[in-house]
Unconditional design. Structure first.
Length: 148
């Protein structure tokens, strides 16, 4: 059971109405390779609510704690957008309850075997058996990571 104590996830309260009205100028795409000429115009407005949240009634935010998912690009204090309406499949990042403790891990299925796998070699995978108290709360659809 101690294999998944390293992460603590907290639900972040949001004002759904305020989030629905967040629209920002969208300047188009930016080249990550060789620089291209900059666009001199706004392509459109980008509504973050429409872009990030497909099913508002089934979506919630959580803040990541701990270092077990560094290999997946999830760092402490990242804001996770979790959708409960998505059926969890092998390779999805999921928020799950195992024996009453919440954890964020990669769900992997091999035939009848199910594992919750950390993405940091310091931690061990968790095998889900018939005896496990296990429930997937949702699939992580976006990870908002602060760069500075």
């Amino acid at each position: 059971m101690g294999a998944f104590k390293e992460i603590d996830i907290q639900i972040v309260e949001t004002d759904s109405f305020a989030l629905q009205n967040l629209a920002f100028p969208h300047f188009g795409d930016v080249e990550c390779g060789f620089p291209s000429p900059a666009a001199d115009y706004i392509e459109s407005n980008l509504n973050l609510h429409e872009f990030l949240i497909k099913k508002p009634a089934a979506t919630f935010f959580m803040r990541a704690k701990g270092d077990s998912m560094l290999g997946a690009g999830v760092y402490p204090e990242d804001l996770l957008i979790v959708d409960r309406s998505i059926t969890a499949r092998s390779s999805h990042l999921v928020v799950a309850s195992v024996h009453g403790q919440l954890t964020l891990k990669r769900l992997l299925k091999f035939g009848d075997q199910v594992f919750l796998v950390p993405e940091n070699s310091k931690y061990k995978k968790i095998e889900i058996t018939e005896e496990s108290e296990f429930q997937v709360f949702g699939v992580v659809t976006f990870n908002i990571h602060k760069l500075i």
